[in-house]
Design a protein around this ligand. Structure first.
Ligand code: ZN
Length: 374
């Protein structure tokens, strides 16, 4: 009896595992995950950055980027445990972890790596914003008694966007997205809508296989910047507009190193779908990043570690989309049509695009709204 039950249990969990793995596989296809590029030559010579990672797990590797500063860089072509980038800061008195990643396994990997360089106390872990790929691993921190810090609006946004998905009928959730695909007016619009539906279907699957955990240390943006003294290492938590309405960055001014969260996508079209994303706000944040010391090292939310050239590329991408969108706006192309009609110029052909309707499409829609409300 007992053995029959346990074999049945094993069978079910194995099947669930296989289902989940194939869903992750579909997510792969929808997102056009490219292998992580090598470090830019200018950074490969930077003495602050270790030439080889201190650990490489495939799905993510960890590199030293300063004195007591480490960057966790995901390679989504090799696995999706982390999905986004993060890192950790190790001072003489305490350490700070950055990001909850896409799964507890991702957060566990980073914590394990921290423990290979320090056994000291951990002040906390910080989610740079509420998006699933930065927060679905939060439960790891809860289970290990590590305080979880985030923008004060993060619990509410997680509740509204992800807890609201849990236990909901998958077909009902996908129905409006599939209808939008069927009703698309052009082939291009159909392709973008289908890709969007597939992507949200995968996010739905990830969220429904996650025990969601909320931050325990809300940070009121009105009270930022916040200085953290880790012992011979001072980090500053700041809030900037742009990507999600909950974006925080961690800066180490003495070493010119910045962990940007998704306020910077390196070599990718910025992801602007969030209802609180603001294109004008984001562009001014990128200009702020460029106003800092020319030798600043940026650990972006996605993509390889970069310098100011990565920030400039993001601005150039916004500029190019805005230029094309403005022409369509002036010649009377409706917002819904314009969102599908941007042409990727040759010079940006190798720039990655997460789903079109999470990045380029909403950038155009939001620009139209900004122009129409003037
Ligand atoms: Zn994000």
């Amino acid at each position: 009896m007992v053995s029959r039950d346990s074999s049945k249990t094993q069978h079910i969990s194995r099947r669930n595992f296989v289902e989940r793995t194939s869903q992750w596989g579909a997510l792969f296809a929808a997102y056009q995950f490219l292998p992580l590029p090598a470090l830019a030559e200018s950074l490969a010579k930077d003495l602050r950055i270790s030439q080889t990672p201190i650990v490489d797990k495939g799905f993510a590797s960890v590199r030293k980027v300063g004195d007591g500063l480490y960057a966790t860089i995901s390679d989504t072509s090799k696995g999706l445990q982390t999905m986004c980038n993060g890192g950790f800061l190790v001072g003489k008195d305490a350490a700070l972890l950055i990001e909850g990643f896409a799964s507890p396994a991702g957060a566990a990997f980073q914590h394990e790596t921290l423990r290979t360089v320090s056994q000291g106390p951990i002040m906390g872990a910080l989610d740079t914003h509420y998006h699933f790929d930065h927060a679905m691993g939060n439960a790891f921190y809860g289970a290990n008694g590590i305080a979880l810090w985030a923008h004060a609006a993060v619990p509410k946004r997680i509740l509204e966007n992800y807890v609201a998905m849990q236990g909901v009928d998958r077909a009902a959730f996908l129905a409006p997205l599939e209808a939008r695909t069927r009703n698309a007016k052009t082939e291009l619009a159909r392709k973008h809508a289908a890709e969007y539906a597939a992507t949200l279907g995968n996010i739905f699957a990830v969220v429904n296989s996650t025990v969601i955990a909320m931050p325990s240390r809300p940070l009121d943006p009105g009270k930022l910047p916040l200085k953290l003294e880790l012992g011979g290492l001072t980090a500053v938590v700041e809030s900037h507009p742009g990507h999600s309405g909950t974006d925080l960055i961690v800066r180490v001014p003495e070493q010119n190193v910045v962990y940007t969260g998704d306020l910077l996508f390196n070599h990718m079209y910025p992801v602007t779908f969030d209802e609180q994303a603001t294109v004008s706000g984001w562009r001014s944040t990128l200009k702020t990043f460029l106003s800092w010391s020319k030798d600043t090292i940026f650990v972006p939310g996605h993509g390889q570690i970069c310098g100011a050239e990565g920030v400039q590329l993001s601005l150039d991408l916004f500029e190019d989309i805005a230029g094309q969108a403005e022409k369509m706006h002036k010649s009377g192309v409706p917002a819904d049509d314009a969102a599908d009609q941007y042409l990727v110029p040759d010079k940006f052909k190798d720039v990655a695009i997460f789903a079109w309707n999470l990045s380029i499409g909403p950038t155009i829609s939001k620009l139209y709204k900004e122009w129409d409300s003037r």
